[in-house]
Write a protein that binds this ligand. Structure first.
Ligand code: ASP
Length: 361
């Protein structure tokens, strides 16, 4: 599995070619020379590679004086509202029962407050609902039916998020799924050592998410940082499955003394490694954003031990991309395998650049 946008993934030849490419790859040691983004200072908005419109919007809002938390949430709403992006909000790919369930979290650096929703149905702007949890409640995370009732009580509009296009893709998966689902049989479990285990031949799951972080970095000491991650999660997931995106410290984390971090890709791997929190703590101890992301990519690779998740050369057969924004405006990203990208907007404009892969192609 790798982090492709869902449309490309559905059209892609399958996971075997990716596994073969990974088998030929070599790990890239964290380089001593900081990546280009590590040298940047000043206001900055960073997002996953599908977020160029988000960083443009959020950066403009921050320059106009908005709180970064409002700016990043407005930025990702552009992608949540876009039915052509099958990874978030309206048009997101559904769970195995054909129901779109959204996850999102947001964190405000100055107050160190977070809000999140998980398994939210029928409301497209999960990030805005998460921000409402942050601003209007004493809680951090509201899930399922409670999250929907909460959103509707604040005037969010209920709608069917499953577009005809996403339904078509889901119907195709359902008709062909065979063993390609999230349920592990005895052969797929590492907990059944007496049995012959077999890797899944191909895994027709797709991931997709938008993470976005912003700093106003007007003057280093006074800079404020916030971040958001929003997703429809893993396609064809077991109903109620919650990924890393709404988990504070996994798919998103902010410490206003240090910066922000986020992740996209296989959420289970990010959760069990506390990805966002780990990146921020590594930056606190002196690593640059790029170095911290690469170190956590390495940690994820080292801790992936289930055979069904490893390719022939023992490397993860999925991708995760990691993003970091330091409060002074330095930024960086890394991924397990090539293919991850990040969008960044600074005073010089916005662009999309590759994340540094741990395993080069
Ligand atoms: N991390 C998300 C999840 O596991 C999906 C993704 O980023 O593509 O739910």
């Amino acid at each position: 599995m790798t982090h492709l946008d869902r449309r490309s993934f559905v059209l892609a030849a399958g996971a075997s070619a990716l596994a073969a490419a990974a088998a030929r790859s070599q790990p890239t040691a964290p380089g001593p020379a900081p990546a280009e983004g590590d040298a940047h200072r000043g206001p900055c908005v960073l997002a996953s590679g599908n977020g160029q419109r988000a960083v443009d919007k959020a950066f403009a809002m921050i320059r106009a004086g908005s709180d970064p938390v409002d700016a990043v949430v407005e930025g990702v709403a552009i992608v949540e509202d876009d039915p052509a992006d099958m990874s978030v909000g309206l048009g997101g790919l559904p769970n195995e029962e054909g129901v779109v369930q959204l996850d999102a979290s947001v964190m405000h650096g100055p107050t160190h407050k977070a809000g999140a929703v998980a398994a939210l149905e029928g409301v497209r702007n999960a990030a805005k609902v998460a921000l409402t949890v942050l601003k209007r409640t004493d809680h951090c995370l509201i899930v399922g039916a409670g999250a929907k009732r909460f959103a509707l009580s604040y005037g969010f509009v209920e709608e069917n998020l499953l577009t005809p296009e996403a339904r078509e893709v889901w119907l195709r998966w359902r008709a062909n799924r065979s063993t390609q689902d999230d349920w592990l049989n005895d052969d797929e479990m590492d907990f059944a050592p007496e049995r012959q285990r077999q890797a899944r031949a191909s895994i027709e799951f797709t991931y997709g998410t938008i993470h976005c972080a912003g700093t106003n970095a007007a003057d280093g000491a006074a800079a404020n940082v916030s971040a958001v991650t929003t997703t429809s999660g893993l396609s064809w997931k077991i109903p109620g499955r919650v990924g890393d995106s709404p988990i504070i410290g996994a798919g998103m984390y902010v410490d206003n003394d240090v910066g922000a971090a986020g992740a996209t890709g296989r959420g289970e791997a990010v959760i069990v490694n506390c990805g966002g929190f780990a990146i921020v703590e590594l930056m606190r101890s002196g690593m640059t954003p790029s170095q911290a992301c690469l170190a956590v990519a390495r940690r994820i690779a080292d801790r992936t031990r289930e055979k069904r998740l490893l390719d022939a050369s023992g490397r993860p057969n999925f991708n995760v991309s990691l993003y970091a924004l330091r409060k002074d405006g330095a930024y960086g990203g890394a991924s397990l395998h090539p293919g991850g990208s990040l969008a960044v907007c600074t005073a010089h404009g916005s662009r999309v650049i590759p994340c540094t892969p741990l395993f080069s192609a």
